[in-house]
Write a protein that binds this ligand. Sequence first.
Ligand code: DC
Length: 221
Amino acid sequence: MDQNLVIAIDGPAASGKGTLARRLADYYHLPHLDTGLTYRAVAHKMLSEGLALDDAALAAEAAQQVDLSNLDKGPLSAHAVADAASQVAVYPQVRRILVDKQRQFANQPGGAVMDGRDIGTVVCPNADVKLYITASPQVRAARRLRDIESRGGTASVEDILADIVKRDERDSSRADSPMRPAQDAHLLDTSEMSIEAAFLAARAIVEDVLAKQEKTHYMSR
Ligand code: DC
């Protein structure tokens, strides 16, 4: 029996894809890679060394140095890093280097849960299950604000919304691997869903696909 399971999860910023990916990885006992952190690591290195974000060759050098086993979420969570990550993510050289590292992670024995923008389309086109998670920009902005406030910060919902719309636009209009659902992705709009409801809906999709593939051993783990 095929013991390998790769779950690809894509979607825009603050759609809930990261939370769903962690929950699914936990449930199916699979390693998880948030591929956004790899682009953030490139951006963080460039910002902290004062390198120009419009220099694709320097960004590619920074990408070579990204170590998947050493992605420290703390400094990579900053708002400035997210925006810079979206800028360096347009360079094909950067994407080639990072996609190669991401595929090595996805190809480990047993499989993995991968989340990002181009997992179902480019990184893991043969994934067993592909999910594309969306939510309206307004809902995503409200979620991001709650997130910031729960960590003691403040922000205006208008600024967050403008930022989300700008990042969506950049991520979905770039020439190389734009953010979009794979043809065979299952779409899940979480605008009206709690985290728990979204997790149950995602799990139901995964189990339906696995049942069709007769990978029933995963259903009982
Ligand atoms: O998911 P995130 O917010 O951490 O991603 C930060 C940026 O990285 C995102 O705006 C675009 C880029 N990214 C990408 O181009 N491809 C991915 N698979 C993941 C992220």
